[in-house]
Write a protein that binds this ligand. Structure first.
Ligand code: NI
Length: 167
């Protein structure tokens, strides 16, 4: 097990589009385990492989209170999006920033599990938000891309200031 470094916005590597995973093997299982350790340590409720500079279609999510419900999504695709919700989002790649983002209330996602089996899941509420947020990462998008240009500039300035303070 190992903690992986998390890319920070506006790192250009966060804009890479992830490639589909062709083979589920030991190295992928190791990556899932390292990503889970990294997400729990942060702590966060979701992590996309993109954020640890691995540009493969892999997302992990655990929205439980006690880290007991790790969900792994390989090659996930959003098939249906219904309704509307707006909630405050944060991201391990955009530390300390929380902003309201509009999302679908309910989504259906198709994916492979760690055994390579086709699965589908209907999610709503927080899990739906989390899925949309993490799948955005696989497409090279972070949640601040949903905000106005002005807000994005403010966030970049704040993060640059934070980096100077902690450097
Ligand atoms: Ni994120």
């Amino acid at each position: 097990m190992a903690l992986l470094p998390i890319l920070r916005f506006p790192d250009v590597r966060l804009k890479k589009v992830a490639a589909p995973i062709a083979k589920i093997d030991e190295s992928l299982r190791q990556l899932v385990s390292d990503m889970a350790e990294t997400m729990y340590e942060a702590p966060g409720i979701g992590l996309a492989a993109t954020q640890v500079d691995v540009h493969k279609q892999l997302v992990i999510i655990d929205i439980s209170e006690d880290k007991s419900d790790l969900r792994v999504f390989i090659n996930p695709r959003l098939e249906r999006c219904d309704g509307f919700q707006e909630g405050e989002e944060g991201c391990l790649s955009v530390p300390g920033i929380y902003e309201k983002v509009e999302r679908a209330e309910q989504v259906t996602v198709h994916y492979l599990d760690l055994e390579g089996k086709e699965q589908s899941l209907v999610a709503e509420g927080l899990l739906a938000v989390c899925l949309q947020h993490e799948l955005d990462h696989l497409n090279g998008k972070v949640f601040v891309d949903h905000l106005s240009q002005l807000k994005q500039t403010r966030i970049k300035n704040r993060l640059a200031k934070q980096a100077r303070v902690t450097a």
